[in-house]
Design a protein around this ligand. Structure first.
Ligand code: IDP
Ligand code: MG
Length: 139
């Protein structure tokens, strides 16, 4: 089931550095419209559940600790081909490898504190959006 929606989080490095507005501007300038948005903070249990798919990876503990270290902004975004288009906008996981002009190249601190999350498939966009928002919270 292809959809035109994706899910993103601004991570604690981005909110903590005061980059929230600048990063949201990039998303809007790139043609994404915001369908739902929430400023919140992950508990350890919620971060472990959100990133359960990475539970066997060596960086899982570091990732959970980092993602609970400060506020995050969760958003559902809409655009044609949203998942792939958004991954292009944010750039590679490691900011050292992210293409110039991408959000991670311009705002990320490290491979762990890399400013933004972006869903990797339509299916995960749906699951991740539902993690934060009920259907009646989507515009
Ligand atoms: P993605 O966010 O670009 O989809 P994933 O491989 O899904 O990258 O990894 C999820 C998140 O885990 C990354 O965004 C990053 O915060 C963290 N991460 C990935 N690889 C590493 C690593 O090698 N060291 C530390 N953290 C990592
Ligand atoms: Mg991923």
């Amino acid at each position: 089931m292809a959809t035109n929606r994706t899910f993103t989080m601004l991570k604690p490095d981005a909110t903590g550095a005061g980059n929230t507005g600048k990063i949201i501007d990039r998303m809007i300038e790139a043609g994404f419209s915001i369908k739902a948005m929430k400023w919140t903070q992950l508990s350890k249990a919620h971060a472990e559940a959100f990133y359960a798919v990475h539970s066997e990876r060596p960086f899982y503990g570091e990732l959970v600790e980092y993602m609970t270290s400060g506020p995050i902004v969760a958003m559902i975004l809409e655009k044609d081909d949203a998942v792939a288009s958004f991954r292009d906008l944010i750039g590679a996981t490691n900011p050292a490898e992210a293409a110039p002009g991408t959000i991670r190249a311009d705002f990320a601190e490290s491979i762990s504190a890399n400013a933004v999350h972006g869903s990797d498939s339509d299916e995960n966009a749906q699951i991740e959006g539902r993690f934060y928002f009920s259907e009646c919270e989507e515009a």
